[in-house]
Every structure is written in structure tokens, then in C-alpha cells.
Design a protein around this ligand. Structure first.
Ligand code: C5P
Length: 398
């Protein structure tokens, strides 16, 4: 099966003897259905010529960061945006160190920083270099940043040593690339996701809102797209760009979010309520800016509609997923909320721990459904989102 069908894979080749195997990596990726473009470092060109990889990939190979020609056509930012996956094979110890340091001193490291796509590394180096503490620390840093790894394998090395450090074989590398996309788990399903905060106007210049960043909802949208779903975000005001291939409806207030969602769920299989909707809004929006005067003023608030509840209560409701941010008795309150709101699944997190949830890059959650639950240990939001999407796919499989 072509698991990388419709996927753009940017293959980065750095300078190690395993670079001779990149030609076969290109072939294996293409066999999985991918469109492949190649970036080579200066060192890589000492081991294999750009012409070989150009002939195999069918596209000019990119080698220079400062290349006027390339910047007029597909420059480094376009390449970074074009990629659905950046695969670096082989990834040498030096390349790994430069990535860990966040360097952008050549085209490959610059694109690595500039791409929103997942990054998969196939390390290749001498066994002693692989075992060195500096390399181990760099790998740990990159894993914490959600970069993915395949290999290295162990065995006889080009230098005569025996041990870990050989680049994985090209078929295993292509399979690891395909596995990142969970291709088809939600193929053709329509998914609607709410994300971010809402803003409730007080007067023409002021509003009530919260600190929700939208990161979790946007990560869920990316994971849904990667799983093949037709994905729509209904987003409150955030400073994130929606993932490529997502439709995005931008809203401000809870009422606007509700209207948008009710329109969309008429034709939707899965609804995920990730937004931090304001529970209350000002009873009235003043037509003019409220003037400073009295020592005290009071604000009358009225309850906002519960969006996820309204969706779940609708006729032919989609599979509906909500979130529960709790500070105590987390699982008990979450299960109660799932039943009260008529949800099929709820994702519970303990917001008394400041390292996770709301505005942070990491999360640690427990996913609950009617007949089971699964804890997902602390990880970056994209990794948590992929696991949540896997559980939703399993629960909605006919
Ligand atoms: O009741 P509580 O705010 O704790 O519920 C959280 C869940 O309900 C989240 O999934 C959130 O997106 C959703 N919600 C909603 N509309 C509201 C309030 C919460 O959809 N007005």
C-alpha cells in the first residue's frame, strides 16, 4: 500500500559514508507514493553527486542557502513550507549537534528550523561517536523537541568497527516515514475542532477573555489532517497559523463560535471541543467606551451557551469529544462531565500542574470513553494530539 501517497517528503542528506544509501531511500519513498525533493549539505556532496539524486528524484537538488536562483523559485522558506515531512538520512553526529544547538548555518539546518513539518532523523556515525555523551545529550534534546528517530542499527561499520551507528536500511526508513502519518486512519472523515479562547465584548475597546493559546486545538487539527481527515478549525483569536490543508473559520465570541459550529456539524463525523470558551459574557455591550468615573462599578454577566453540549444534543450528532481541565478528583469529575454533556469521549488534564495544559507546549492527559480509559504520558502537544487522534480513529471505526 502507498502510505506516502500525496505526501511531499524533503530528504536531507548530510556528509557520511551512508550517503551512498540515500539514492535507495529516494526510491523507497517514491515506492510508497511520495514526491521527493533533496537537500544536500556540502559534506554529502563529497560522498554522492547531486546529479544522482536529481535524476532519481526528478527535481533539481538544493545545496545552497544563499542562492539567488533558488530564492526566485523554490527558496528555503518555500522548501520548508512545501514539505509534509523532513527526513534526514543519513544524519551525521555534526548535523545532529547543529540541530540541537538550533543552528541555521547551511540550507539543511535552516530548513529544519523553518519547517512546520515533522522531522525524522536516521543517524549514521561511528559507534564511538554514537556512544559519546555529547551525541547522547543532543539526541535527548531533539527528542524532547518532538523530532523522530529511526535507528541506528548495529553491526559492522565502514571504518571496521562493530557496534551501533549504522544507518537503518532504506526500506525501514521509508516505513518509519510512512508510519508518522497514520495514513488513512480517518481517511475521508469530516472533523470539526474548536480551538483558542473566546472574546466577550464589554464595549468597543474592551473584552473578557483567557490565556488559551490554541496550541492543543491546532495540533489536533494537524493530527487529523495527517490521518486523512477533511479538517475544519473554528478558532477564537490566537497568534497561530492554521495548518496547511485545514479550513479555518475565525470567530470572536462564544455565540459566534456556536453559530459556526452548528452550521458545520450538519455535515460532520467527529466534533472536538478544545476551545476555552468563556463561561459568561457581559449582559450588555456598551455602545461607547465606558468612561472612568465612579470608584466602583459592577459588571453583570450572563451565562454563555455550552457549545459542545449543544452539538452533542443535536439530531444525528457527530462523535463528540470534549476536554476537562480539573484541579482535583480529575478522572471522577471528567467522567461526570462526559455524561452530563452527552459526550462520547473526554480528555482530562490536571491543570494544577503548571508545566502542562493551557498555555504550555506540553500536555499530559487521560482519555476517557464509556467503556475504558487511557493515560497519555507527558509529551509535546503534537505527540499528544497524534495519540488522541489514534484513539478517536479506533473508537469511530465501523
Ligand atoms: O464545563 P467546562 O468548561 O469545564 O467544559 C469543558 C469542555 O466543554 C471543553 O471541551 C470546552 O471546549 C467545552 N465548552 C464548550 N462551550 C462552553 C464551555 C465549554 O464547548 N460554553
Amino acid at each position: 500500500m502507498a502510505h506516502l501517497f500525496n505526501r511531499n517528503v524533503l530528504l536531507g542528506v548530510s556528509g557520511g559514508i551512508a550517503a551512498y544509501k540515500s539514492a535507495e531511500v529516494v526510491r523507497q519513498l517514491q515506492e510508497q507514493g511520495a514526491t521527493v525533493r533533496v537537500i544536500m549539505t556540502h559534506g554529502a556532496q563529497e560522498f554522492i553527486t547531486p546529479l544522482t539524486l536529481q535524476a532519481l528524484s526528478g527535481h533539481p537538488v538544493h545545496t545552497q542557502l544563499l542562492d539567488e536562483q533558488a530564492e526566485q523559485g523554490m527558496g528555503h522558506i518555500e522548501l520548508a513550507r512545501w514539505a509534509d515531512l523532513l527526513l534526514i538520512a543519513p544524519a551525521t553526529a555534526d548535523l545532529i549537534a547543529r540541530l540541537a544547538a538550533g543552528r541555521a548555518d547551511d540550507l539543511l539546518t535552516t530548513v529544519s528550523l523553518a519547517t512546520p513539518a515533522p522531522v525524522l532523523l536516521a543517524p549514521a556515525m561511528n559507534q564511538q561517536m554514537w556512544r559519546d555523551q555529547a551525541t547522547a545529550a543532543n539526541i535527548e534534546t531533539l527528542q524532547r523537541r518532538d523530532l523522530h528517530f529511526i535507528g541506528p542499527a548495529a553491526g559492522e561499520q565502514a571504518c571496521g568497527d562493530i557496534g551501533p551507528g549504522r544507518m537503518e536500511q532504506p526500506p525501514a526508513i521509508a516505513a518509519a516515514a510512512a508510519a508518522l502519518f497514520h495514513t488513512g486512519a480517518l481517511a475521508g472523515k469530516k472533523v470539526v475542532i474548536t480551538a483558542g479562547p473566546t472574546r466577550e465584548l464589554l464595549d468597543p475597546v474592551r473584552y473578557i477573555s483567557n490565556h488559551s493559546s490554541g496550541k492543543m486545538g491546532y495540533a489536533l487539527a494537524q493530527a487529523a489532517i495527517d490521518a486523512g481527515a477533511v479538517t475544519t478549525l473554528v478558532s477564537g483569536p490566537v497568534s497561530l497559523d492554521p495548518p496547511a490543508h485545514a479550513k479555518c473559520h475565525r470567530v470572536e465570541s462564544a455565540q459566534e463560535m456556536l453559530d459556526s459550529c452548528l452550521d458545520l456539524v450538519a455535515d460532520c463525523d467527529i466534533f472536538i471541543a478544545c476551545a476555552a470558551v468563556a463561561d459568561y459574557r457581559p449582559a450588555q455591550i456598551e455602545g461607547q467606551k465606558i468612561k472612568k468615573g465612579a470608584e466602583e462599578i459592577s459588571l453583570q454577566l450572563v451565562k454563555n451557551p455550552d457549545i459542545v453540549n449543544a452539538v452533542a444534543a443535536g439530531e444525528s450528532a457527530p462523535f463528540t469529544v470534549g476536554f476537562a481541565a480539573e484541579t482535583q478528583n480529575v478522572l471522577g469529575y471528567a467522567r461526570d462531565k462526559m455524561q452530563r454533556k452527552g459526550l462520547n469521549m473526554i480528555i482530562a488534564n490536571d491543570v494544577s500542574d503548571h508545566g502542562i495544559g493551557f498555555n504550555s507546549n506540553e500536555n499530559e492527559v487521560t482519555v476517557l470513553w464509556e467503556t475504558g480509559e487511557q493515560a497519555l504520558s507527558r509529551a509535546g502537544k503534537p505527540a499528544i494530539a497524534r495519540q488522541i487522534m489514534g484513539l478517536i480513529a479506533k473508537a469511530t471505526k465501523n
